[in-house]
Design a protein around this ligand. Structure first.
Ligand code: SAH
Length: 215
């Protein structure tokens, strides 16, 4: 796995691009600047890795656009002691960005093939702080709950009840939600048991948050 000066230079440019689009959190920008995104794409597509674009990763899924990763990360506002649940492991890129910012990351993927591929990759690049789980994200990860933060990286039409239950009081969940192709980035903060505050942000596109797992 090679990360050379050219990759580092391209990453610097990517960081200034997403900064110019409005990301201000220095810790988030720093994490984007550190993670070698080219390792999360097949080698043949390395050239695409540092463009601010989503890209296909197989199984009909995509690695999120770096700006979207930064935007969602900024909204959940990861703290060093946080235990975070990500729904939609995909390439594993977002999970690694979170792993630089917080103590423990759990990430669920419903596609068996992607789950296995990414699990292997994360081990090979030394991201033990990410625990990958195979299953249906609608159910969350009750074994490891409650979480300080929950981040959904697929486009939802409703808020999964089980995920709200698995959130700590004071914690927040960021979820792109809507009925059409454009999803409204939404942050739900659990202010007390059974009390929530909802904030809505910009529109984004995502692959769908589907119910159930697949082989
Ligand atoms: N965070 C990823 C983005 C992947 S795209 C990255 O950084 O690359 C969203 C992912 O969510 C896809 O891999 C898709 O298979 C997965 N997904 C969709 N519905 C899901 C569900 N119910 N449970 C778990 N994962 C799901």
């Amino acid at each position: 796995m090679i990360d050379n000066f050219r990759h580092k230079g391209l990453r610097k440019k990517l960081v200034s691009t997403i900064k110019s689009k409005g990301i201000t959190n220095e810790r988030v920008l720093d994490a984007i600047g550190q993670i070698p995104r080219h390792l999360f794409l097949d080698k043949a597509f390395e050239e695409w890795a540092y463009k601010d674009q989503a890209f296909p990763i197989g199984q009909g899924q995509t690695i999120s656009q770096p700006y979207t990763v930064a935007y969602q990360t900024e909204l959940i506002n990861p703290q060093p002691q946080d235990k975070i649940l990500e729904i939609g492991t995909g390439s594993g890129y977002q999970a690694c960005v979170l792993a630089l910012l917080s103590k423990k990351i759990y990430s669920i993927e419903r596609q068996k093939i992607l789950f296995e591929k990414t699990n292997k990759l994360l081990k090979s690049i030394g991201f033990e702080r990410v625990r990958t789980l195979y299953g249906d994200g609608y159910l969350g990860a009750p074994r490891f709950a409650p979480f300080d933060k929950i981040l959904i990286t697929a486009g939802a039409t409703r808020v999964p009840e089980k995920l709200l239950e698995q959130l700590k009081v004071g914690g927040n969940m960021v979820i792109p939600i809507g009925n059409g192709d454009d999803k409204t980035m939404t942050r739900i903060t659990k202010t007390a048991e059974d009390e929530y505050k909802t904030e809505r942000f910009g529109l984004f596109r995502f692959v769908p948050f589907k119910e159930g797992e697949v082989d």
